[in-house]
Design a protein around this ligand. Structure first.
Ligand code: AMP
Ligand code: MG
Length: 401
């Protein structure tokens, strides 16, 4: 039985080097940047006003007060998108708006609320307050300097970052190609949802949950029909999925029962098993191997085990496949509001519920067939073998919501 870190290292070592492709920004959020991106322009593109007001020379209005305003001549108006042809000279100001380019000669903006225009003198503006040089001016390059980095290779693009890339004028980015992953559920007891259950049958629930997690990890799931517990059927389904996808994830049939056919089927169609047991709970019978040049992840059938082993051992592989620099679940500190008990011999990734204040409770029954606690959980806490973590312990929660 492999230690978790050893299993993960062996999985990651088998992942092929990432391939890349250009995608439109609209499609880029959640994808992994394949190369560093440098901004082709400064941001702001030019000095501009952060207020509706008047551009002027700060030195002209140093003495301005509400009861002793400075009177300036209005030399023009700049709407956002326009530029001022002339220059602001001493004793003059120019009307402008948020985002209007600062005209030549001006070095500050006084906001509209600190000014007054008298109806009998529309060509003049009374300035009621002083302005420091550069006040209310958003300087060229303050946000992003031309040539500076606006994205690193290996970064998962956030929506905010996509907005930044658009602002510097990019329309496409180079990202890691998404692996297509076949998804097979094995088990003669399984039934497609949507029909009343036949006796002895259960609804199949792994594929829908795993497909969503695959998509969130940037992969493209390809869902296959249910596979009965028969050696030949399992082998055919595996071979077919391997031929059509970059990797295959199966659930069920990977343990030691005589009706567990994944390992046997893999060998029968010429694949090879790298390992098939990992010292974690839930999810000990996790198989990993190769088949027709593709990676095969054989997850246990129990829905909790399938989901947890996916998050711990498959998700990192799918992210690395796209070139991601960080492939583990985000680990967030929190405080146990109640104790977590692992009296077993394997480390237990326990389902927990973290509230908005960072307080952590067990999500409920921890047995690997219990779906209600899976539904409630938003994280996992790694509890070592034969260990009780008392209430009040600060732990790291692997978040997966
Ligand atoms: P197995 O790993 O095939 O021995 O299955 C372990 C347990 O998980 C059994 O109780 C199965 O009925 C159940 N199970 C297996 N696959 C699924 C599935 N796709 N959806 C829901 N339950 C499953
Ligand atoms: Mg089974």
């Amino acid at each position: 039985m492999l230690a978790f870190e050893e299993a993960l290292a062996r999985v990651l070592a088998a992942v092929p080097a990432p391939a890349s492709e250009d995608v439109a920004l609209r499609e880029a959020a959640g994808r992994v940047l394949a190369e560093q991106v440098r901004s082709p322009i400064d941001l702001p593109v030019f000095d501009n006003s952060s207020m509706d007001g008047y551009a002027l020379r700060a030195a002209d209005v140093a003495s301005a007060k509400p009861d002793a305003p400075v009177r300036l001549r209005l030399a023009g108006k700049i709407a956002a998108g326009e530029v001022f042809a002339g220059e602001v000279t001493a004793g003059h100001c120019v009307r402008l708006f948020t985002g209007s380019p600062l005209p030549a000669g001006a070095d500050a903006v006084v906001m509209q609320e600190a000014t007054r225009v008298e109806s009998n003198a529309p060509g003049e503006v009374l300035i009621l307050a002083p302005a420091a040089p550069r006040e209310n001016v958003r300087p060229l390059g303050e946000d992003v300097k031309r040539g500076s980095s606006v994205g690193q290779a290996g970064e998962l693009l956030t929506t905010g970052q996509v907005g930044l890339l658009a602002a510097v004028g990019l329309t496409t980015v180079r990202v890691g190609r998404r692996p297509v992953v076949g998804l097979l559920a094995t088990g003669s007891e399984l039934q497609e949802p949507g029909q009343p259950l036949a006796s002895g049958r259960i609804y199949e629930s792994n594929r829908v949950a795993l497909a969503m997690l695959m998509e969130r990890a940037g992969a493209v799931p390809r869902i296959y029909p249910l596979v009965a517990d028969e050696l030949a059927a399992t082998g055919l389904a595996l071979a077919n999925a391997c031929d059509q996808c970059n990797a295959v994830v199966t659930t069920g049939g990977v343990s030691v029962g005589e009706l567990d056919f994944i390992k046997g089927a893999l060998q029968q169609i010429g694949g090879e098993l790298a390992f098939w047991r990992v010292a974690i709970k839930p999810g000990r019978p996790f198989a990993f191997g190769r088949c027709r040049g593709k990676l095969l992840f054989g997850l246990p059938g129990n829905p909790v085990s399938a989901l947890v082993t996916f998050l711990l051992l498959v998700r990192p592989a799918l992210l690395l496949w796209q070139g991601a620099a960080h492939v583990s679940l985000p680990a967030v500190p929190g405080v146990l509001a109640e104790r977590l008990v692992n009296d077993g011999e394997r480390r237990h990734f326990m389902r927990v519920k973290v509230d908005a204040g960072g307080n952590i409770c067990s999500a409920g029954l921890q047995a690997s067939h219990v779906l209600s606690s899976l539904a409630l959980a938003n994280g996992l806490v790694d509890v070592p073998a034969n260990t009780t973590l008392p209430a009040g312990t600060v732990v790291s929660v692997l978040r997966w919501d």
